[in-house]
Design a protein around this ligand. Structure first.
Ligand code: ASP
Length: 340
């Protein structure tokens, strides 16, 4: 399996936002030009929204939230509106967020009516005494906090529904082939998505967030790595902010996000190497995916060991870069004004 990567650079920028829209077996010959363009545009919108917060002197937590809300509201990504279906034909959403300056964190799991789970995770962090709320309790809490509650049909998209039908059919076939617990039953490109963001604000504070619909055809009640602090999300000003995408069960088993941060903090491993080490550990036990990593100096890495990862970044020059395949990101907005 080849390790694909993009640039890692220190540019002394006081602000930085890095995002992903999921890693998987994204095949160039299968991704139509207009779809690629639509993804690039959506990534650019997300970067623009998060960057606007940072440029206005907002916090990294607010920038992460703003960037993720854009991707949750887009039907293109497996998070919020475009979430995949569980085997039970429901959309069950997971999200988490972490503040690197205080190591406060919030998460929601298996929610079905919260339009923007990342906002709910943020509310759990700031307005409750807890780190994670799940299911109905999380939904009641979100409503109490004034967050937008939607009918579950809001998350219905034909494309994802068709994906579920295909997945169910394939699983029936695969069940005949001794599929053990934890063994993937779908091709990877049908299972992935997930969105995430890491940000550095002008006060030197890091934050990370991740949001997902999980896996197509997942078992009702299944919770992946995305809402697990230390697995899908981690932020610590002393090291890095990390958001993950990939085979969730294995990211939980390798404590992927914390694992990456711990290497940087305790072993002083360069951030890209730390991400690669984590991905190698993941690969060694049958997983794959991607990690976005950002440190308090603005160094960042976008690493993945899959065919592609929707991703992008923007720094203090206001130029947004985005990419899908294993080649350097391209500028997607050339004239985002930067007054800083
Ligand atoms: N990690 C997510 C999960 O397992 C899926 C993904 O990243 O696409 O729920």
């Amino acid at each position: 399996m080849t390790m694909q990567t993009s640039i890692t650079t220190a540019d002394n920028s006081p602000i930085r936002l890095v995002i992903h829209g999921g890693a998987g077996t994204i095949k160039r010959n299968k991704l139509k030009m207009e779809h690629e363009r639509a993804y690039m545009q959506a990534l650019a919108q997300s970067l623009t929204a998060g960057y606007a917060v940072l440029e206005a002197g907002g916090s990294s937590i607010d920038a992460v939230t703003a960037a993720i809300v854009v991707m949750e509201d887009s039907p293109l990504f497996n998070a919020g509106r475009g979430s995949v279906f569980s085997h039970a034909g429901r959309n069950e959403l997971d999200a988490s967020i972490m503040d690197g300056s205080t190591r406060m964190a919030g998460a929601v799991a298996a929610v079905t009516t919260i339009r923007n789970p990342i906002r709910a995770a943020h509310a759990v962090m700031t307005k409750s005494a807890h780190v994670m709320l799940m299911g109905h309790g999380a939904e009641i809490f979100a409503a109490e906090q004034g967050l937008e509650i939607v009918d579950p049909s809001y998350f219905y998209t034909q494309y994802r529904w068709d994906q579920l039908q295909k997945a169910i059919a394939k699983e029936q076939v695969l069940r005949d082939h001794d599929v053990g617990p934890g063994t993937p039953t779908l091709s990877k490109d049908e299972k992935r998505g997930t969105v995430g963001a890491v940000a550095l604000d002008r006060y030197g504070n890091l934050a990370a967030g991740t949001s997902t619909g999980g896996l197509t055809n997942k078992r009702f009640g299944r919770v992946g790595d995305s809402p697990i602090i230390g697995a899908g999300t981690y932020a610590d000003n002393r090291s890095v902010a990390v958001s993950a995408t990939g085979t969730g069960e294995i990211f939980i088993r390798t404590a992927a996000a914390f694992n990456t941060a711990a290497q940087v903090r305790l072993l002083h491993t360069p951030i890209a190497d730390a991400a690669d080490n984590t991905l190698a550990e993941i690969a060694a036990i049958g997983g794959d995916g991607g990690l976005i990593v950002l440190d308090a100096q603005g160094n960042y890495a976008l690493r993945f060991n899959t065919g592609g990862m929707y991703r992008g970044t923007i720094g203090s020059d206001g130029i947004a870069w985005a990419g899908v395949f294993p080649e350097p990101e391209k500028p997607v907005i050339n004239s985002l004004a930067s007054s800083s």
